[in-house]
Write a protein that binds this ligand. Sequence first.
Ligand SMILES: [Zn+2]
Length: 288
Amino acid sequence: MQQVASIYHRKVGDIVVTALCDGYLDTSYDILQGITPKEGEKLMKNACLQSPPRISVNAYVVRSQGRTALIETGSGNSMGSTLGHLNENLRAANITPQDIDKVLLTHMHPDHSNGLTTDDGKRIYPNSEIIVHENEIKHWSNDSEMARVDKRKQDRYFRAARKQLEAYKQQLSPFTGGGEVFPGVVAMPMTGHTPGHTAYLVTSGNDTLMIWGDIVHVPSIQIPHPEVTLDFDSDPHVAAATRKRVLDMVSTDQMLVGGMHLDFPGFGYVTSYGESYRFHAEPWKPLF
Ligand SMILES: [Zn+2]
């Protein structure tokens, strides 16, 4: 029953990017806004995919100039046994948590940042600087923002993020406007899903990869229909506008993309199709 380790290496110029799967989450159409369950089901069935959607969760290791960064940490033990497999996949790739020089976060949601610590709040990446947009720290630390949401969301989002921030308070390196945060990796703030949501652009030579974080959660629905938003978008209107802008950019430039909720191994291209878009997963390459 046990699949082989979920590790996939890809070169971007001289940089090696390794996709690692943290697992998956079975969800329901209730999380989607701007589409009926019936319409959602039709899109999933047309794509021959499970309905309601199964959401993949990935992280990426970036090795550049002798240093190692990890983009996202998965969910740790916090979201059930279908998730939280990042560390066993890191081990299978011969990477230890101590090897990670920097953790780059696209934002602080449980499936992205809860894997920073053990259940009892101990750091898993002791040598790592934490790169995160300062709006994430401000937002999740803000008591009046927390008071606006129900108890479940307070625990799941605000208290979880605070636990991670507390554990790494000596190692936080917040950024504001973006710029290079690791050799060959530039942070590009893309607000909407959360106030500090950020994509990372990996560039070496003529090659570019955009790791776009949570620009989409359900690719087979939100790539053809960028207007479909999520129950847990901080600002759904801005999230949809950002998604449209990014899809436009990567399709015009034919830019390789990676994403936390693209199906493993999580690389591909977007093309435009009338007013809509299509995703084309990149085939597995046996040599890299
Ligand atoms: Zn996510």
